[in-house]
Design a protein around this ligand. Structure first.
Ligand SMILES: Nc1ncnc2c1ncn2[C@@H]1O[C@H](COP(=O)(O)OP(=O)(O)OP(=O)(O)O)[C@@H](O)[C@H]1O
Length: 196
């Protein structure tokens, strides 16, 4: 369960102005650079306090941010073992699902951007989270990595909040709801994509 209740956020200006969102299925929040997507994600995940309003969460969260949470000096295997232990899970299944087996002994700092993203997504998916919160998960990925990430998202059962600055990259994801974020507010609206 994930519910944002009249959420407002001010930095030097109001970034979010009364966002109300109940994420039941898969929801895509899309908007331009600087429209407040990352701010919304961080508030939803409990990493940032709203100026006003509140968030209700239930179940285990799986969170992917734009910067990875894995340790640069540890290998992929060491990183995932560490986080798996923390959530009482094992990581072999997600390693296979994300095609990471050949990279287990590579130090995280030595991976390319796309492989770092896959490894960090594996971290987010450890222990089968009930609720997914993913900030721009396809950004900077090549087509095969995108396919792998889309498969992981499509297989997830339960609420998911996903953000995008280029929503038409997400046509292969079965979203239940689409929201355009503009001027601090969410507008329920499908993106206009030529092949949709
Ligand atoms: N910690 C902060 N302090 C001050 N301003 C901030 C902070 N974090 C975000 N902002 C501002 O809030 C606004 C929204 O930023 P945010 O990162 O949420 O947008 P975004 O939609 O995720 O952008 P992008 O697509 O470029 O990642 C921007 O004007 C940004 O400069």
């Amino acid at each position: 369960m994930l519910r944002l209740i009249d959420v407002w956020k001010k930095f030097d200006h109001w970034v979010l102005k009364g966002v109300a969102l109940e994420v039941r299925g898969k929801a895509l929040v899309y908007g331009h650079n600087g429209s407040g997507k990352t701010t919304l994600v961080k508030i939803a995940a409990g990493l940032l306090e709203p100026t006003k309003g509140r968030v209700e969460r239930g179940g285990k969260l799986g969170v992917l941010l734009q910067y990875p949470l894995l340790h640069p000096d540890l290998t992929v295997d060491e990183n995932l073992s560490f986080f798996a232990k923390a959530v009482g899970a094992e990581h072999s299944h997600i390693v296979e699902e994300l095609g990471l087996r050949g990279y287990l002994h590579v130090r995280f700092a030595h991976l390319s951007y796309g492989w770092r993203k896959r490894a960090d997504l594996a971290r987010a998916m450890l222990g089968n989270p009930d609720v997914l919160i993913l900030d721009e998960p396809l950004l900077g990925l090549d087509p095969s990595a995108r396919e792998v990430v889309i498969d992981v998202v499509n297989r997830h059962r339960g609420p998911a909040l996903i953000t995008a600055s280029t929503p038409c990259d997400y046509l292969a994801v079965k979203f239940d709801e689409y929201y355009y974020i503009h001027d601090g507010r969410l507008i329920q609206q499908r993106p206009q994509c030529s092949s949709s």
